[in-house]
Write a protein that binds this ligand. Structure first.
Ligand code: MN
Length: 716
């Protein structure tokens, strides 16, 4: 185990201003919190956060991140709480620990999800501070180093698979070459032990040329460069079994040459030195054609820069050479972590404030070819996305602003159509709730449920929108047809005939309709009038028809029956935007005496019988329709009633007015000052009420208040 003092020494090497006290406190806190817990290896659990902190110092991250690494499992695995962490270590470290904890929980819920790319994006999106991701990668690296201690082979495999699919590519994405390679090799050993063994055996065979071949080649390269006056450090290494295997897999080749298993790096001082060194190498050895790449003038998208070439080098071996400066080398090995280098305190601060996305976009800025550009856009696109989970752990990607209804339709149209409610993270939430990254969404369904037209007001996905619209349109057609049938039934009665599909069938040609159903719909929608249908179906009935209508229009104004006549068409299910609308002029309420006016293309608009605007329709009695309320007593639907209130202009009177309305369970949905004078204020108020009785109660209660001058219901 790394000792407390050693850890601080490691940080001091790259950051002389290290906060020793912070690291000491984090060390002790974590050690105490983990107490007697042990790892699968039998080691004390505390060895794990300590090793993770060690990896973080290899990446030369700041002391805040090192402390986070020490504390990263305390909230998830011990009785320590985030509040305690915040109280002792401040909000920054608390936030970082919280981020790592959340990423770890994500891991548990999803297992070996095949949607690796989405998952990687989710991890990135959730790491709002890139240091969260760096600690998470260090955590994963140590867990992979100790993977063999886990007894359950299934679990080992799952972790290795996840590492290969998610964490190694993530490390590559942020340019951390060394961690990526180690993760891949550790996962490779678990996932394909046989392949790895054969690669190792082959390496053994090729190494027969001498164990110190790498060293000999390094020395000769250094000598060659020095003889031309170029000082350089040459590093040589064998490639890792996994990258050799990948090459064999991808290119379908076997490896024969040392060039396939060895890589040499020439480290020099400046960019110009790189090209000088390249010239010297090409001058001394024969270059292999088509292997030269200049990533200095055109860096890779993860900011990797180097010159690559292959030559027939020392010992007549084909070797691959990478030429780079020290700085390029650091960036290649550490990736974004290299940005946290400690040149100046000011620079460090500004880098801390960088959002992770800016760092990544900086890297991606270098994108030059179409594929890289695509990567770039993909990343920007996912900024507009949220990633949510089903209870089974399936990942659903949705646009930002998406709601549980969008989620339901993304799962399946049937799920969307039968949605009645939703649980977000285990709690019942309104269907219009905006979903966030990482939310777990459970859809509550009922076979009896149908999509609600109100969903159109908040869904954001095309799939949900079109499904709801399609449903509403069907519903509308059905309602138009029902309404049209009711209108025609009544009209037929006036002629003494009975309405039937067959009777309508006779007039289809004249009416340019394909079926009786279509005739009903058109009548309900107001495209055809009842008269036109009667005239088409029953020629010669004109006179009787007109007579019947006149008596009907007259009957409305005399009627004293609030429930309407026996032949009244029942009005229920007042769904906005459908076949029946409530007039905006008079705001009819359940209980009001009402009349329907058929308008072409709109269906029926309901007015109160004393609405002034009915004057406009007095010359077209064929558009009048006898309607009556059919309201379910249990209904919790609310309707908007409008009242005009003149209020004495004195302190507290507005308060008195709203209090009276509220006490009578009226909900104000709109309020407008229409007139003001030194003595009085006049308001137009829309109140949501159950029915006309409810509104009358409110009006009466207002009139009883001394501050109210005049209170009247507004119609027309
Ligand atoms: Mn851990």
């Amino acid at each position: 185990m790394i000792r407390q003092a050693d850890l601080i020494e490691r940080v001091r090497k790259y950051d002389p201003g290290v906060d020793e006290d912070l690291l000491n406190r984090a060390y002790v806190f974590s050690m105490k919190a983990h107490g007697s817990q042990v790892r699968a290896s039998g080691d004390p659990y505390f060895s794990h956060p300590l090793e993770v902190a060690g990896i973080v110092t290899d990446l030369r991250l700041d002391d805040t991140t090192v402390a986070t690494a020490l504390l990263h499992d305390t909230v998830e695995d011990t009785i320590a709480t985030l509040d305690q962490i915040e109280a002792r270590f401040g909000p920054e470290i608390a936030q970082l620990v919280d981020g790592v904890t959340k990423l770890s929980r994500l891991e548990l819920t999803t297992g070996g999800s095949p949607q690796a790319e989405n998952f990687r994006k989710l991890l990135l999106a959730m790491s709002n501070d890139l240091r969260v991701l760096l600690v998470k990668l260090a955590d994963r690296l140590h867990n992979m180093r100790t993977l063999s201690f886990i007894r359950d082979p299934e679990k080992r495999r799952r972790i290795a698979h996840e590492t290969m699919e998610i964490y190694a590519p993530l490390a590559e994405r942020i340019g951390m070459q060394a961690i990526k390679e180690e993760l891949q090799n550790l996962a490779f050993a678990e996932l394909n032990a046989e392949a790895r063994k054969s690669v190792l055996a082959r390496l053994e065979y090729l190494r027969m040329g001498g164990a110190d071949l790498v060293t000999r080649i390094c020395e000769e390269l250094e000598r060659t460069l020095a003889s031309e006056g170029q000082s350089a450090t040459v590093l040589g290494r064998e490639k890792r079994p996994y990258s050799i295997w990948r090459k064999m897999e991808q290119k379908n080749i076997s490896f024969e040459q040392l060039a396939d298993i060895m890589a040499f790096r020439i480290i020099v001082g400046t960019d110009a030195d790189c090209y000088r060194a390249l010239g010297i190498v090409h001058g001394a050895y024969r270059m292999v054609p088509n292997r030269f790449k200049d990533y200095i003038s055109t860096p890779k998208r993860n900011n990797y820069r180097s010159l690559h070439t292959t030559v027939i080098g020392p010992e007549k071996q084909r070797i691959e050479v990478q030429i780079r400066t020290r700085n390029m080398h650091e960036i290649a090995e550490l990736g974004v972590a290299a940005h946290w280098t400690y040149k100046s305190p000011g620079a460090e601060k500004s880098i801390r404030e960088y959002r992770w996305i800016r760092e990544l976009l900086d890297i991606l800025d270098q994108a030059s070819d179409p594929e890289e550009f695509l990567e770039h856009t993909k990343l920007e696109m996912f900024q507009d996305q949220v990633f949510c989970f089903s209870p089974k752990g399936d990942l659903i990607a949705l646009p930002r602003g998406a709601t549980p209804v969008d989620f339901a339709y993304a799962v399946h149209t049937d799920v969307g159509d039968t949605t009645v409610g939703a649980k977000v993270n285990g709690r019942i939430a309104p269907l219009r709730t905006e979903l966030h990254n990482g939310d777990q969404v459970e859809i509550i369904r009922s076979k009896a449920q149908t999509p609600s037209p109100t969903w159109q007001g908040f869904v954001v996905t095309g799939k949900a929108r079109s499904a709801v619209r399609r449903f509403v349109r069907n519903q509308e057609r059905t309602q138009f047809a029902d309404l049209g049938r009711a209108i025609l039934e009544r009209a037929f009665e006036h002629t003494g005939r009975e309405l039937s599909d067959k009777a309508i069938g006779n007039g289809l040609k004249k009416l340019a309709a394909k079926s009786a159903q279509e005739v009903f719909e058109k009548v309900g929608e107001g495209v055809l009038t009842a008269r036109e249908v009667i005239e088409a179906v029953l020629p010669g009935e004109k006179a009787a028809w007109r007579l019947g209508l006149r008596s009907l229009a007259g009957a409305f104004s005399r009627s004293r029956n609030p429930k309407g006549g026996d032949r009244a068409i029942p009005i229920r299910g007042l769904i906005p935007g459908m076949a029946v609308h409530l007039a905006n002029c008079c705001h009819p309420l359940p209980g009001d005496r009402i009349v329907g006016i058929v308008t072409e293309g709109k269906g029926v608009t309901i007015h109160t019988i004393d609405c002034e605007s009915l004057e406009n329709y007095s010359s077209s009695p064929e558009n009048w329709l006898d309607v009556a309320w059919s309201v379910d007593e249990e209904s919790t639907d609310f309707h908007v009633g409008r009242i005009d209130v003149i209020l004495t202009n004195e302190p507290g009177s507005l308060n008195a007015m709203t209090t009276v309305i509220a006490r009578n369970l009226g909900n104000i949905s709109n309020l407008k000052i229409t007139n003001r004078s030194p003595e009085t204020f006049e308001f137009l108020i829309d109140v949501e009420v159950k029915d006309v009785k409810h509104l009358s109660n409110i009006v009466a209660a207002l009139r009883a208040d001394p501050s109210m001058h005049t209170v009247t219901r507004v119609r027309g």
